[in-house]
Ligand binder design. Sequence first.
Ligand code: UDP
Ligand code: MG
Length: 316
Amino acid sequence: MNPSITKLISIVIPVFCEEQNVLKFYNRLEQITREMRNYTWEYIFVNDGSADGSYLELKKIAAKDKKTKVLDLSRNFGKEIALSAGIEAASGSAVITIDCDLQHPPELIPLMIKKWEEGVEVVATIRKKIENQPLTRLIGSKLFYLLMSKISEVEMISQTTDFRLIDKKVADIFKTISEKSRMYRGIIDWMGFKKEYVEFDADARAEGVSGYSYRKLLNLAINSITSFSLFPLKIAGIIGVIITFFSSLLLLIMLPTYFIFRSPFFSPLAIVAVSNTFFIGIVLISLGLIALYIGNIHNEVVNRPLYIVKDRLNFD
Ligand code: UDP
Ligand code: MG
């Protein structure tokens, strides 16, 4: 086979505290890519400020295998940004993003590449079931997609993952997007292109615990809805929700008591006062909504670099 016509495929792997998984993942990936001789490969591991020995493990692999490249970020920037850093550094004709904890089976890669060769520009994956997924996460994820599908213009499918193949064209455009609070999946979905889905059963993560706490997940959800970041501005909205909730409960009792049962238990003045409070609540909620958008603008205006690469291995 003439090496000049083999296509380069980049595999981008965000790594956060995965010291026990890195080698396992690498070996399993190798098994797959070794079989696919028509392609050349580059593995781009992005160490997202792991506090454990992940970077050492990656260094060991990179020392033996020149196609393994490592970006070492200066702290934990979060998976979305780690993915962006990896894609930015990728030069393949296709870029595949995949988790390091073996929840995304590398065995799916041949099928993804086959679809890509057939002309699909974004091959996304849908997980059918996840072993040992806590019920709260399942419900949270369902609720999130329900909400997103209601309020966003972009088609959002429940249970899609970041395990994706994107064509070089898509990756090149992704690199030009300067949005700071980003959600990889959301941006790719927003970009459009010819997309197909493949399904898989997700296993439980191989070792360690999920780097995604509920707080991180909630943050991700909020980010992807409004890309906001200013918490203090949100407080008005939260107070508004509380006031509206309690005053509407009160009104639900007061109004029928006064107008239907004609009981003098609540004075008209009290009813007016509570109605007023109710409307104040609505105004505060509106302020909170505006604040979300201001937060969004703030974020874009601040214009910090997305990430800082501390070290580069095998990047010539
Ligand atoms: N990850 C990361 N930065 C983070 C959290 C996670 O790079 O702040 C990586 C992690 O190493 C893994 C992938 O993102 O390769 C998915 O993370 P995790 O398994 O914790 O998420 P979950 O599967 O629970 O959604
Ligand atoms: Mg995982």
